[in-house]
Design a protein around this ligand. Structure first.
Ligand code: ZN
Length: 232
């Protein structure tokens, strides 16, 4: 960078400093989204390296899943809470794809994901997506796609109904609410494929289960799941 553009950049940073998503400190030039300290202290699950991955039990007896992984532990008040808020409500699209990419690179050596054919984000209801301007799961899928070197697509799994906000509902009510909101289209395109379904956060797994249970009705489809965060 020449002197004038460096000067302009410094001036710009002075008025519009880029801040760490987690601690709000001003970022150095080479840092993106997180300061080095927060990046090194992310609450990683590392579950993909475990021989006995505890996340496998989430869908047990509900729907057969080949692999379940989450990048980070979500706890009330921890940095992951701010990450999820940024991704979902603060229009920070890049953060979703940045973390998706980071996770994709980590997962690239995971044996159970070697034969993944396609990454599929959990769709938002079209009205909600229009309101928000983007689907955060699609941003994560984009990042995973570049980190894992696999394609992603939004054309096979679609969302039909508008569901009420789920935060205060019990698990049974949630299931009643979501079990039929997803639909598979262009079925022939995913026949006999291993699909990696992604979302921002895994809580009860009800939304994910609803999507997976539709996808596995297609002949020969196997599914795996990854999310950026899991409660824990
Ligand atoms: Zn920080």
């Amino acid at each position: 960078m020449n002197k004038i553009s460096t000067l302009l950049q410094n001036l710009f940073n002075f008025f519009y400093p880029r801040l760490c998503v987690s601690c709000q400190n001003t970022l150095f030039e080479k840092e993106t989204h997180f300061c080095l300290h927060c990046l090194q202290n992310m609450p990683l699950t590392n579950y993909h390296t475990f021989e006995e991955n505890p996340l496998n039990y989430i869908f047990m007896g509900r729907v057969p899943v080949q692999f379940v992984g989450s990048l980070l532990f979500y706890r009330k008040g921890n940095m992951v809470q701010s990450i999820l808020q940024e991704i979902k409500y603060k229009n920070n699209k890049e953060l979703g794809s940045y973390l998706g990419h980071l996770y994709g690179e980590q997962l690239a050596k995971t044996e159970l994901l070697k034969d993944v054919d396609l990454i599929i984000p959990i769709p938002l209801h079209p009205k909600k997506e229009k309101l928000r301007g983007y689907n955060q799961s699609e941003m994560i899928a984009q990042g995973l796609s570049s980190g894992l070197n696999k394609e992603y697509s939004v054309e096979f799994l679609i969302r039909k109904d508008f569901t009420e906000t789920q935060t205060k509902k019990s698990r049974i009510n949630r299931w009643e609410n979501v079990k039929d909101v997803f639909e598979v289209q262009n079925e022939e395109g995913i026949r006999n494929k291993h699909l990696l379904v992604c979302d921002d956060v895994l809580t009860t797994g009800a939304t994910m289960e609803a999507a997976l249970s539709k996808l596995v009705t297609v002949e020969g489809v196997r599914v795996s799941v990854v999310t950026l965060a899991v409660a824990g």
